[in-house]
Each structure stands twice: as C-alpha cells, then as structure tokens.
Design a protein around this ligand. Structure first.
Ligand code: PLP
Length: 374
C-alpha cells in the first residue's frame, strides 16, 4: 500500500466513525424536522451531537451549524453580506478558492475587495491599521494556509479590529476559514474572537459532505436563503445526521490524542532537515502547522509527484498549473514572498495523526535515491 502523505486534501475515515455512521443511519433515519417518533428521535440525537461537538470546540451549541462542507459554510457566511449595505472587505491573496471565488459576486454587488499583504505568511499590523476605515464591514483571513501550512495571526487581527471598532459605529465581522486548523493547531474559536469560521469533517478522518459553520452571534446572522428553515433558519436542507455523529467520533479521537501535534512536529522537523541536506527549498514558514510541509525540488511538480507515486508515496503536486498560466500554488507562495520559492516545482506533503516517523524516513530514502538523477 502506498504511504499517504496528502492528508490536507482528505483523510481516511476512522473505523469508529464509520461504525457510528452505520449505527446512526440505521437507528436514527427519520428526518429531524418530522413530528412523528422517527423524527423526534432523530432530532434528539441531532441536538445531542451538536452539543457534544460544540463542547469539543469549546463553544455553545447555539453557535454551531451543520452544512455540506466547508465550502458551503464559507459561502453561507460570505453571501450573507449581500443583505447588508455594501462596503469594503479586507482579505488576503492566499485564501482557498472556496473563499476567493466568492469575491467576484460581492464585487458585482458593489463591495470593494482589498487585499492585505501576507509576507512570510503573515499579515502586517501596520498595514491593517492603515487599511481599516469606516467602510470596512468584514475581514476575511484564513487560520492555516492549505498550501504550506502558514499560520495567520487571526487573534491579533481580531484584537486590532475590536480596538478600531471603538472609533466607528458599526461592527466589523471577522471570518476565518479554519479547515486546516481543526485538531491540528492550537487555534481556539473563543480565544481568537472570530465572528465566523468554517471547518470540514473529511480533513480529520470524518466522512465527506459535512462541514461546520461557527457563528459567534447567530442571532444577527441571516443567510441568503433560509430554504426549509432547518438549523434555526440559518441553513436549509435535511441534516446529514449519520455524518454528524461520525464526525463527532472522529473529532473526539483527534482531541483525545494529546500527542498528535508533537508527533507531527517530529516528522515535520525531520523532513525539513533532510530535505535541506538534499538541496531542496522549504516553502513553509518555520512556525507553520506541523501537519503541512511544502518544498521545491529540481523538477516540475507533476514530474516529481509521479516519481514519488511510482516509489509508493501519495503527495500533492501543490500546483494546479498544467500550462503556462500561473498555478494556484505559485500565486500563493508568491503572495507570501517566500524566498526563492519555485511554485512550479512545489510539492506538498501533509500528515494525519497516524503518520509515522518511519514513513518519513522511507520518504527520504526515496528522495535520496532519485536526487541527482536529473
Ligand atoms: N478551505 C480550506 C483551507 C481547505 O483546505 C478546503 C479543502 O480543501 C476547503 C476550504 C474546502 O473544504 P470542503 O472540502 O469541506 O468543502
């Protein structure tokens, strides 16, 4: 079996989560909105799961909403801005497409989108200070970048926004796409102070098709369409109860594994050192999430990804470019000003809590074997 080092893309479902999925699908298959006993049993289970997941996240259950994935969570939050009078959004050029692809529509409705610099994978507080003005209604900055694991200073941004808010008479919403942070960094919803955040079940060994939307103050949140009115009118559509229960199991397994970050750090530091010795460039900041490591070699990403595949490693090319157009990885690394990064040659390896140092050692053996052959 090949070694899977592409966990930032998706992860293998946990066997216990899968069992819980089956159990819930078989025993709580009623629609939580139905008033008969099948429905009320499902509703009880839904609220029980909501409160358990909220506990794991350190938030209140009325701040947690279930969606079909982080992409939908992001879309719900950002498109809700369309109800408000237009204004300005401060964001970055390193957001995931689930975020950045919504800006054209907001622009179309008169919103101004302003990009903050992200040198070294961080925003700059002086620049934020300069750019905050009375038109700003929202700041959208991810917690952990999915290409190279860069950690954004979300809490500091929040503190700065709250200070600035005292001088104006409206609230500035802070939204953070936190998909790559869940279970993998010390990111805390309450400490960071964000107004909204998105998470995804399939990045932490839960099933696909389930996302979380955190709303600090849900009372003031109005989605573009309430549809069937589920999720207290915040997100319409029948709730995916088996996936919700399964994700709760997967998330508790991550949280109970208190050594997970330590192990990922060990793997990450080992790879950094060995890759540097082989002459590779490291494109992840020193303080990046230990679960993601991006580096550039000597060959185009696609070629190197294939060499690694043929030697038993599943990694991500980290680049979507197949022609002369600039790939996403290149754009993102450039926007971070990562020194000497070569996006066309970038490789991303990303780990699960079950990844081992032995796998990393075997990876380096393959790298060494193929180094110098080009
Ligand atoms: N945001 C980031 C940072 C991601 O890495 C991903 C997944 O690739 C998403 C959003 C989208 O998540 P989902 O697949 O749950 O829609």
């Amino acid at each position: 079996m090949p070694v899977y080092f592409d966990n930032a893309s998706t992860t293998l479902i946990s066997p216990n989560a899968l069992k819980e999925y089956e159990n819930t699908a078989l025993h709580y298959w009623g629609n939580p909105s139905s008033i008969h006993s099948f429905g009320s049993e499902a509703k009880k289970k839904l609220e029980d799961e909501r409160s358990k997941i909220a506990d794991l996240l350190g938030i209140k259950s009325n701040q947690l909403y279930f969606t079909s994935g982080a992409t939908e969570s992001i879309s719900l939050f950002l498109t809700s801005l369309l109800w408000h009078e237009k204004g300005e959004i401060l964001t970055t050029k390193i957001e995931h497409e689930a975020v950045s692809s919504l800006f054209p529509i907001l622009k179309n409705y008169g919103w101004k989108i302003t990009y903050l610099k992200t040198k070294g994978g961080k925003t700059d507080s002086n620049e934020l200070k300069e750019k905050l003005n009375p038109d700003v209604r929202a700041v959208v900055v991810m917690s952990v970048n999915n290409v190279n694991g860069a950690l954004l200073p979300v809490k500091e941004i929040n503190d700065q926004i709250r200070e600035y808010e005292k001088s104006i008479n409206h609230k500035i919403l802070l939204f953070s796409d936190s998909v790559q942070a869940l279970g993998k960094t010390g990111f805390s919803l309450t400490e960071s102070g964000v107004d909204g955040a998105s998470f995804s079940s399939h990045k932490i060994n839960g099933p696909r098709g389930l996302g979380l939307l955190y709303l600090k103050n849900s009372a003031s949140f109005r989605p573009v369409a309430a549809a069937g009115g589920q999720e207290k009118g915040k997100r319409g559509g029948t709730e995916n109860l088996p996936a919700i229960a399964a994700m709760r199991v997967a998330l508790s397994e991550w949280m109970e594994d208190t050594e997970r970050e330590k192990r990922a750090k060990q793997i990450n530091s080992y790879l950094r050192e060995e890759l540097k010795k082989e002459g590779f460039r490291i494109n992840s900041p020193e303080d990046a999430s230990p679960f993601i490591l991006n580096f550039s070699g000597f060959l185009p990403s696609e070629v190197y990804t294939r060499i690694l595949r043929d030697n038993g490693f599943a990694v991500s090319s980290g680049s979507a470019c197949s022609n002369n157009a600039k790939g996403k990885t290149e754009v993102i690394l450039e926007a971070m000003g990562i020194k000497n990064a070569d996006g066309k040659k970038a490789i991303r390896v990303s780990f699960d809590r079950s990844s081992t140092l032995q796998e990393a050692e075997d990876f380096i053996k393959v790298i060494r074997k193929n180094n110098g052959k080009h």
